[in-house]
Design a protein around this ligand. Structure first.
Ligand SMILES: [Zn+2]
Length: 154
């Protein structure tokens, strides 16, 4: 698994955990991402409409997506062989997929397709949807070029 996908998943799940802490625990709000004003009330309202999981996803899509994209771009740029990755992606025959902003946008949005924000913006954009539908294919192709992390159990 390319480690940028693991980074994306960790960011996504960290926001779930953070929201859980804000909603049910004594977690103090950070000055990033998810709203800090009366989060409990906001979450309960969303939960009543969408259920627990989708409440979190809707808040993530509305409040945290730009933070996630910014952090994923930083991660992408941290690769020491960044230029070679871009060259390999350029030569992979998948036009457009060497655009790092588009790449992290789709990475950040994956898992949030049931949200209102997705349905009202990305989901209505036929070009974006066409490109997003290539995303799974791209994920498979890009596995060849992106650095990987192996889980080693001794
Ligand atoms: Zn989730």
């Amino acid at each position: 698994m390319p480690d940028i996908y693991i980074a994306k998943t960790l960011l996504h799940e960290a926001f779930h955990a953070y929201m859980f802490g804000l909603r049910y625990g004594n977690v103090q709000p950070l000055q990033v991402g998810t709203p800090i004003e009366d989060f409990g009330t906001l979450f309960k309202k969303c939960e009543a409409i969408y259920g627990y999981d989708q409440a979190g996803h809707n808040i993530m899509a509305d409040k945290d997506i730009n933070f996630m994209k910014t952090e994923l771009i930083k991660y992408f740029h941290s690769y020491s062989n960044y230029n070679s990755i871009i060259n390999n992606l350029n030569n992979s025959g998948n036009a457009g997929w060497s655009d790092e902003n588009q790449f992290v946008d789709m990475l950040a949005w994956s898992g949030l397709q049931e949200t209102n924000s997705w349905k009202e913006t990305k989901g209505k954009d036929s070009l974006y949807m066409k490109q997003f539908n290539y995303f799974n294919l791209f994920k498979t192709i890009s596995k060849k070029y992106l650095p990987k992390t192996k889980c080693i159990i001794k």
